[in-house]
Structure formats: structure tokens, C-alpha cells
Design a binder for this molecule. Structure first.
Ligand code: COA
Length: 326
């Protein structure tokens, strides 16, 4: 069977580190509260003049290098992001130009923290159908630009970064075995950016009253996230006639260590089979999974024929999973 196989991974995290102690200086919070409630110790912040497309391009170059390809070998670029350089054109088009990737198709997918898995699903389907042969799939965010740094309920959770994979059509058993997408738009107001878009009139008051920024009801998000992350991972296993014992590594969306631990407990998977880097980067939305995948890959944690499950949850709500044979 024709499968989409990951032949290169790459990631890029901005240099600037924002530690929990930086929030202590001006917000009513402590390093201890943040670590206990979220597991996050620090996050990366894009430099002035560094945009989502720049992060994406840096990650993409590393993935291309690993795959031994040049940008003109690509048939498609898909970027999962909710913090594109502009509302339009797509950040993928900007990435294409900065990379020098010729005139291949390029577009963004907006599924918040599930954006990378939605994009992976999309590119995989096009490869399996024979439409294209090589795709660059990216998750990239500069959430620091839409986070309200006066809101202690949200600002310390999020960070910036980008991860990328190169998918290639190959015959055989290795590659993306299945992907699973879900959404429920009735949860809109639990996690969204209400002050940006054509439903909103941009006014000075909107910015002054901080309406522009990301809003979240953390407690409610937490409960639904654990449930959906568990169910969508189980769906991927069932689809492939596998049980949790078959899984070599679970790479979940990195939102909060307590969400990861609660999901692992429900799935009955050992914590040492769950990839965690939320302590270093916080929640980078669509970027968390490809960044984690790249770190796992480069550290030698992914072995030939390993079964890897990816699962994500985010604004929309959206949730998704993928099962890979490495
Ligand atoms: N520092 C110190 N105290 C804080 C605080 C902060 N940064 N933020 C909130 N608090 C306080 C609250 O005011 C509350 O005080 P009270 O008990 O006196 O009312 C207390 O800490 C507990 O707040 P609560 O909101 O119940 O904490 P929590 O355990 O639910 O943790 C989140 C809050 C945001 C960390 C947690 O709900 C969460 O991670 N949710 C999921 C968010 C997420 O991952 N979103 C993205 C999904 S893709």
C-alpha cells in the first residue's frame, strides 16, 4: 500500500527564554504555582521582527536537510497555525517564498493546537491518493503576540516555536497508518481570540480593554481535553487493531503536565512511554507535536518499526490523533 512516510523532521525554538521567575517580577504568581499546576518552567519568545513564517522556515530547512531534499523537491506545503504572519495570504505561501520552494501548492490549516495533526491528515490523504508525492507539513506559532501578559490565567501557559516533517509516498508498511479528526464548534467561547477577525470592528477601545487577546476558561478546557485526548488515542489504536501495549511512544500535545499525566493514566500507558517537553517550551499550540517528534527522533528514541501515537486537543474545540509505524 502507498503510505505517507516521515523521512525528515526539524524544529526551531526562538533563542529568548522567558522563565517562571520573569512572571514573578510583575504578576501575582510564583514559580512554585506554575510548576505545580502546569509543569512548565520556561518558554521561548520570538524576537522582535521574527515572525511565524521565520520560525517555520528554520524548522523546515532542518527537516529538508535530514530528508536529503531541496525545497524545489516539494509538491506541497501545509502550515498548521493560528498565529500566521497575516490573516491572509497564507503563511505557507510566505514560507514557500522564503524557502525558495518553486510554485508548489501552499496553504494554512486553522485547527489551533490540533493544527499539525489536521495538516498531517490532509497531506497524508493527498499522498495516498497519488495527488502528490512529497509534502512539507509544519506546525508553527508565535502565541506571544496574542497572549495577554497581564492575565495570569493564560500568559504563563504559552510560548513560540515551530516543528516540521517531510512526508514522502512510499510502498510498504511504514509511515502514517491512520489519522483521526474531530471538532465541536459549540465550545467556541472556552478558548478563542474574540477580538480579531471580520466579526469584529477594530477599535482603539478593543485594544485598550485587552479584547484583542486570547481568552480561555482553563478549568473547563482541562476536563474536556483529558476526555478527548484519551478517546482519540483509543480510536487510533482500535482502527489499527492494536492495544496500548503495542505503543512504543505516545507524543501528546504539550499543554500541561497534569493533562498529560491524567491522559496517560486513563490510557493505562507507562509515563516513561509518554514524551514530555512542556517544561521547556510551554504550550506552543500546533508546534508542540512536530517539535516533540523532532526531539524524540534526533535523540534516537524512535526506532525502525516503532508504533507511535500522536494526539492533540485545542481551540474549536478540535481534537485529533495519528498512528505511525516509524
Ligand atoms: N498564579 C497563582 N495563582 C493563580 C494563577 C497564577 N498564575 N492563576 C490562577 N491562580 C489561582 C486562581 O485564582 C485560583 O485561586 P482561588 O482558589 O483563590 O480562586 C487558584 O489559583 C486555582 O485556580 P484554577 O483556575 O482552579 O487552577 P487550575 O488548577 O485549574 O489551573 C490552569 C489553571 C489554567 C493551569 C489549568 O486549568 C489548565 O491548565 N487548563 C487547561 C489549559 C490549557 O491547556 N489550554 C490549552 C488547551 S490546548
Amino acid at each position: 500500500m502507498r503510505r505517507a512516510r516521515i523521512i525528515g523532521t526539524g524544529s526551531y525554538m526562538p533563542e529568548k527564554v522567558m522563565a517562571n521567575s520573569d512572571f514573578e517580577k510583575y504578576l501575582d504568581t510564583t514559580d512554585e504555582w506554575i510548576v505545580t499546576r502546569t509543569g512548565i518552567r520556561e518558554r521561548r519568545i520570538a524576537a522582535d521582527g521574527e515572525f511565524t513564517s521565520d520560525l517555520a522556515v528554520n524548522a523546515a530547512r532542518k527537516a529538508l536537510d535530514m530528508a536529503g531534499l531541496t525545497p524545489t523537491d516539494l509538491d506541497l506545503i501545509v502550515v498548521g497555525t493560528i498565529t500566521g504572519d497575516y490573516p491572509w495570504p497564507a503563511t505557507a505561501c510566505i514560507v514557500q517564498d522564503k524557502l525558495g520552494a518553486g510554485q508548489c501548492g501552499a496553504y494554512d490549516l486553522s485547527a489551533a493546537c490540533s493544527g499539525f495533526l489536521y495538516a498531517l491528515n490532509n497531506a497524508t490523504a493527498l499522498i495516498e491518493a497519488g495527488n502528490i508525492n512529497r509534502a512539507l507539513v509544519i506546525g508553527a506559532e508565535t502565541l506571544s503576540r496574542i497572549v495577554d501578559y497581564e492575565d495570569r490565567n493564560t500568559c504563563l501557559l504559552f510560548g513560540d516555536g515551530a516543528g516540521a516533517v517531510i512526508l514522502e509516498g512510499q510502498d510498504g508498511d511504514q509511515g502514517v497508518l491512520s489519522t483521526h479528526l474531530h471538532a465541536d464548534g459549540s465550545y467556541l467561547e472556552l478558548l478563542y481570540q474574540p477580538g480579531f477577525g471580520t466579526a469584529v470592528t477594530p477599535t482603539e477601545a478593543l485594544v485598550r480593554d485587552r479584547g484583542y487577546f486570547l481568552k480561555m476558561q482553563g478549568n473547563e478546557v482541562f476536563k474536556v481535553a483529558v476526555k478527548m485526548l484519551t478517546e482519540v488515542a483509543q480510536e487510533a489504536l482500535a482502527k489499527n487493531d492494536m492495544t496500548i501495549a503495542d505503543v512504543d511512544l505516545l507524543i501528546p500535545h504539550q499543554a500541561n503536565i497534569r493533562i498529560l499525566e491524567a491522559t496517560a493514566k486513563r490510557l493505562k500507558i507507562d509515563q516513561d512511554k509518554v514524551f514530555v517537553n512542556v517544561d521547556k517550551y510551554g504550550n506552543t499550540s500546533a508546534a508542540t507535536i512536530p517539535v516533540a517528534l523532532d526531539e524524540a527522533n534526533r535523540s534516537g528514541r524512535l526506532k525502525d518499526n516503532n508504533i507511535i501515537v500522536l494526539n492533540a486537543f485545542g481551540g474549536g474545540f478540535t481534537w485529533a490523533s495519528a498512528c505511525l509505524r516509524w
